[in-house]
Design a protein around this ligand. Structure first.
Ligand SMILES: [Fe+2]
Length: 364
C-alpha cells in the first residue's frame, strides 16, 4: 500500500442552521477585526448579513469585500490585499463558492507574506505565518473548503495557477445546507457535476492512498444518489446536505490524491473559450473514464461512463465540444495546452499530445 500521513487541519462543523455559530468559532480563534470575502450573490441571499450580525454579537468588527468574480485573478487578489491592509485585519472569512474561498486564501498569503500571488505558485512556498480563517461554502462543488489549495488566474497570461500550502487551510469550515440551498440552478448543475468528477478522478490517480480512497468512495456514494434529486428540487434539504458533504469528502480526497486527465483537458477549454469549469468537466469526464479503463471503476458503477452521461443529462449540461462552440481546427492547440497541465501528471494513464487530441475528438 502507498505510505501516507494525515493530520486534519480544519475543524468541520456540519448541519442545518450552524452558520449562526460562526461568532463563537471566530471568538475562539481570537478574531477581532475580520475581512469577509464574499460575492454579491451572498449579500443578496442575506448570508452576509447573518454573518455580520453573528460576529457583532461577539464584539468582532467585520468588513465585507466582494470586488472579484467567478474566476479570481492576481489583480483581484491585490485589490483585496490593499483593502484588508488598510483595515489592519487579524482574520479572514471566505463565504461563498470556490472563488470566494480561493480569494480569501490568496489574499491571506500576500497580505501576510508579501510579494505577488504568482510568487507562491506550486506547493509549500509560503514561509511565514498566515491569519486564521473560517470557510463557509455556499455551493455544493469545488471542495475548496476542505483544501489548502487556491486556484488563481494570472491576470496577464490567464494561466490558472494552483497555489497550495498547509497554512492556507481553513481553521474551521462550516457546512450549512441552509446556506447551500440558495445556490441558483445553473450553479447547482456545474458545481455539483464538478464535485462528482473530483470523486471519480481521485479514485484512480497515481497518488491515491488508503484514506483518499475512503473519501472518494463515500463522496461518490453520497453524490451519485443525491445529484439528480438536487437538480429536480432545490428545497430537498437532505439532497443538499448529501451533496455538500460529498463535495467536502471529494475535496479532502484531492488534498491527498490530486486530480487527473479530465481536469487537464477541461482547463484549456475554460482558458481559451471561457467555458464554465463544471461544464467543461461534464463534456470530458465520461470520455476520460472510458479511456482510462481502470478496473477499480467497477467498484463505483458497472457502467460508469454511461452513468456519468446520465448525470450530466439530468443537470441539462451540454455533452459535446461542438455544442459549446469550440472550433474543430483548434483541437490541436487545446491538446498542446492540456499536456502542459500539472494535474494531468497524476492520471493513471499518461496523457500525451496524441491521447489528449484523441479525447477532444471523441468529445467533439
Ligand atoms: Fe474541478
Amino acid at each position: 500500500m502507498t505510505p501516507f500521513e494525515h493530520a486534519s487541519r480544519t475543524r468541520l462543523v456540519f448541519g442545518s442552521g450552524r452558520i449562526h455559530e460562526i461568532g463563537r468559532h471566530a471568538r475562539e480563534l481570537g478574531f477581532r477585526r475580520t475581512l469577509i470575502v464574499s460575492d454579491a450573490g451572498m449579500q443578496k441571499a442575506g448570508h452576509v448579513a447573518t454573518v455580520l450580525s453573528a460576529l457583532a454579537g461577539e464584539g468582532i468588527e467585520s468588513s465585507p469585500w466582494s470586488n472579484f468574480d467567478a474566476n479570481p485573478d492576481s489583480q483581484m487578489v491585490e485589490h483585496g490585499r490593499d483593502f484588508a491592509s488598510k483595515l489592519n485585519v487579524d482574520s479572514i472569512i471566505g463565504l461563498g463558492g470556490g472563488s470566494s474561498m480561493d480569494c480569501a486564501k490568496a489574499i491571506n498569503i500576500v497580505l501576510t507574506n508579501g510579494g505577488r500571488i504568482q510568487d507562491y505558485w506550486g506547493h509549500g512556498k509560503v514561509p511565514g505565518a498566515m491569519l486564521p480563517m473560517i470557510g463557509v461554502p455556499s455551493t455544493t462543488g469545488t471542495g475548496s473548503e476542505a483544501q489548502s489549495y487556491a486556484l488563481i488566474s494570472d491576470a496577464a497570461t490567464h494561466v490558472k495557477m494552483a497555489i497550495g500550502d498547509e497554512k492556507a487551510a481553513f481553521a474551521v469550515a462550516i457546512l450549512d445546507p441552509e446556506v447551500a440551498r440558495t445556490q441558483p440552478r445553473a450553479v447547482r448543475a456545474v458545481a455539483g457535476y464538478d464535485a462528482i468528477s473530483h470523486a471519480v478522478e481521485t479514485y484512480v490517480t497515481t497518488k491515491r492512498n488508503a484514506l483518499s480512497l475512503c473519501y472518494s468512495r463515500e463522496a461518490w456514494r453520497l453524490m451519485e444518489g443525491s445529484f439528480e434529486r438536487l437538480m429536480a428540487d432545490a428545497d430537498d434539504v437532505e439532497a443538499v446536505a448529501e451533496m455538500q458533504l460529498g463535495a467536502w469528502f471529494s475535496g479532502a480526497a484531492i488534498e491527498a490524491s490530486m486530480l487527473g486527465a479530465t481536469h487537464a483537458l477541461a482547463n484549456p477549454l475554460t482558458a481559451v473559450y471561457g467555458i464554465t469549469h463544471g461544464q467543461a468537466i461534464a463534456v470530458m469526464l465520461p470520455h476520460v473514464v472510458g479511456w482510462n479503463e481502470h478496473p477499480d471503476y467497477m467498484e463505483l458503477h458497472a457502467d460508469l461512463p454511461r452513468r456519468l452521461r446520465e448525470l450530466a443529462d439530468a443537470a441539462g449540461l451540454a455533452c459535446s465540444l461542438q455544442a459549446l462552440g469550440v472550433a474543430e481546427d483548434r483541437l490541436p492547440v487545446l491538446a498542446e495546452a492540456a499536456t502542459k497541465q500539472w494535474t494531468g501528471k497524476f492520471n493513471p494513464r499518461p496523457l500525451d499530445f496524441d491521447s489528449a487530441l484523441e479525447l477532444y475528438r471523441c468529445a467533439y
